[in-house]
Design a protein around this ligand. Sequence first.
Ligand code: HEC
Length: 114
Amino acid sequence: MIVEPITLAGIQMAGRRLCISILLSHAIVFSAYAAGDPVEGRRMSKRWCASCHAVGPEGRGSDTAPSFAAIAQRRDVTYLQAFLSRPHPPMPRVQLSRQEIDDLIAYIEAQQLR
Ligand code: HEC
């Protein structure tokens, strides 16, 4: 039986492989909806949406509004674009620009892959 010695180089190699796979999985999350910026979407969500919706894994929303994670599971980009183009009561009337809508969708869609 040949026992392979555990070398420092071997450990470094395994570490590097882990880093590369972490980088790749992040790239997949952030390319989920390329037209928008999920980081900007997250910022807006916390300010405008978090009073009703659970907008991320860390927060809790109200009982009436679905969580962003649940929305991401059941809705596609086309639906969200149409939905966010008009206000939805009880959400206050904020007129979202096309870019803001894309950013919000990028963030919502990223929840699906968590
Ligand atoms: C004052 C509370 C409130 C705020 C603020 C609010 N929402 Fe909502 N939202 C709701 C409620 C209640 C529903 C469920 C009823 C409905 O579909 O109209 C909903 C539904 C939705 C849906 C559709 C879910 C589905 O599956 O049809 C989306 C998408 C959504 N909200 C996104 C947002 C975004 C993005 C923001 C921030 C810009 C936001 N909401 C702010 C209360 C709110």
